[in-house]
Ligand binder design. Structure first.
Ligand code: GLN
Length: 209
């Protein structure tokens, strides 16, 4: 890992952030835990982990993180009044509770509505092999733990994978949201896909410097 390796922020309020950190480090990027707005300064990508979306959202609000997170992900990458550098367009990966946080009822970063615990009590947890658009090399094993699905989405949201006709992996611009966990196993292709976006954004911002 080098000092100019991309720096990835991992929201570390509650939930499974450490597993994401391990995967990211194994893929050669730098990692910073995000708890307060200042932790977002200079990051090249952001991971919103799984956990309990209600608890994480309360923490986001308590720390004043909601608006800075929206600004970071904003697609146009435009600067707000008083800001010297464009901060939008930072790639985001949200998994499970992280998908819920991205929806219209929470941070409003992705034009979608998530249904929480969508697979019901009987099948609270299961694993499935998923063919994901943009992830080559055969199906990816997804671990679903009291997982949501995408109940509704706008035209800018691309569905990358579904289970029983319900979207469980979506993309809007550089924001990827998946209903399942891949950080628990040894197949890191989803994080690699995210880091491909990060690499593109990172190179783009350097070219502007
Ligand atoms: N059921 C959780 C929620 O609604 C999400 C579960 C998870 O992140 N594994 O927030």
């Amino acid at each position: 890992m080098t000092d100019d390796a991309p720096l990835i922020g991992v929201l570390a309020i509650q939930g499974g952030f450490e597993a994401h950190e391990r995967v990211l480090r194994s893929l050669g990027v730098r990692v910073r835990e995000v708890r307060i707005p200042a932790d977002l300064d200079g990051i090249d990508g952001l991971v919103l982990p799984g956990g309990e979306s209600t608890a994480i959202m309360l923490g986001i609000e308590r720390e004043g993180l909601a608006e800075p997170l929206r600004r970071l992900a904003r697609r146009d990458g435009q600067r707000s009044a008083g800001e010297s550098a464009p901060v939008g367009g930072v790639p985001v990966l949200g998994s499970c509770a992280g998908l819920i946080l991205l929806d219209r009822d929470h941070l409003g970063i992705v034009d979608m509505l998530a249904k929480r615990n969508a697979f019901g009590r009987q099948v609270a947890s299961f694993e499935a092999d998923l063919e994901i658009e943009g992830v080559g090399g055969g199906p990816l094993r997804g671990v679903f733990i009291r997982a949501p699905w995408v109940a509704e989405h706008g035209p800018d949201v691309e569905v990358l994978a579904s289970v029983d006709g319900h979207p469980v992996a979506v993309r809007q611009g550089r924001v990827l949201a998946v209903a399942f966990h891949t950080e628990l196993g040894h197949d890191h292709r989803l994080h690699q896909l995210f880091l491909t976006d990060v690499g593109a954004a990172h190179r783009g911002s350097r070219a502007r410097d």
